[in-house]
Design a protein around this ligand. Structure first.
Ligand SMILES: [Zn+2]
Length: 161
């Protein structure tokens, strides 16, 4: 492995070791990404799963709008930049934080994992030696990916059963 890849690997591993096991499994799965297409599939699956396991509170309890739900980031514990509200509005605010889209700063934990993953994909595509993980199906291919636009009320209903 090249030095940069080694450093990114170690940084990613240290961060992953600090996470609860349910979250670590989702991020560990990024090691199965060989291509950008794998990366896109993993990201969709990981973000969907993280939104599902985030601890949800009614919006008004966290300074948000009544009828909405909010949650702190299940990876870094962060919330929106505004001092008046806690957590992120679900699902969109948390999704933007995890993906770093629409001008939101990406979650620091997610950023370390993504940087390591993208460097590993670049090494793979350049035909460089890299770590090969066990030869099995990536976990995101075993669990069907749900669409992200699913309303949050449905998520809570599913979790009760
Ligand atoms: Zn975060």
């Amino acid at each position: 492995m090249r030095r940069l890849e080694t450093e990114l690997f170690l940084a990613r591993q240290t961060i992953l070791d600090l996470l609860p096991v349910d979250r670590r499994k989702l991020l560990d799965a990024s090691y199965y990404c060989d291509t950008m297409s794998d990366f896109d599939e993993w990201m969709l699956w990981a973000v969907r799963s993280l939104v599902d396991l985030a601890e949800k509170f009614p919006g008004e309890e966290m300074g948000g709008e009544p009828g909405t739900f909010r949650a702190r980031c299940p990876l870094c514990g962060d919330g929106a930049m505004s001092p008046d509200v806690e957590g992120f509005q679900l699902p969109g605010g948390l999704v933007r934080h995890l993906r770093g889209t629409n001008g939101s700063a990406r979650c620091g934990v997610m950023r370390a994992v993504v940087e390591g993953c993208l460097e590993s994909i670049r090494a793979h595509e350049a035909g460089e030696p890299r770590i090969i993980w066990e030869d099995r199906t990536p976990p995101w291919k075993e669990t069907p990916v749900q669409p992200l636009s699913r309303p949050i009320a449905t998520v809570i209903e599913i979790r009760r059963s």
